[in-house]
Design a protein around this ligand. Sequence first.
Ligand SMILES: [Zn+2]
Length: 196
Amino acid sequence: MAELRFFYGTMGSGKSTMALLIHHNLILAGQRGLLVTRQERRDGAVASRLGVSRPAVELAPDDDIRQRCRSARSGGTPLQFLVCDEAQFYAVEQIEQLAELVDDEDLDVYAFGLLTDFRGRLFPATARLLELADHLEVVRSEARCWCGRPATHHARLVAGAQVRDGDTIVPGDLGPGDEVTYELRCRRHWRQPERR
Ligand SMILES: [Zn+2]
């Protein structure tokens, strides 16, 4: 029976590495599927911090994932799985479409994403995944705050200083950006960066 599985973790926790590995293993097992991501790069790819990268289907905000699957299977056998990276950036409707593909098309979906944004709030697509998924799993790879505690939060830095207000997604998040960067923090240092 197909399932909607959601793997969540912080930046640097190994989500993309795991997405690439699952995609690789299912292809080796003879299954047909798609690797999907949501970034605004023309050369859509899923890249691991360890240096492995694979071409991926680049999703636009108003793309219908069901349609993408139908065109990928036309003339051939139906797809059996989808591996979806950067799922926190998907539209909420696209998460609904993933659930529909699992239930109606018997497609296994492996979605990977961040839990919370720089404000410590759930991404809307993540919230929907938590509500709809058959199976939830935390991805941990000992990503740490500078103090050595496990990292649980993301600080947004603009010109090196932490900001707490702004849009959930800014241009730099989805492609080559300007001066916006992110840093992994424990909650204590996400709340009070100056605290030692
Ligand atoms: Zn800390």
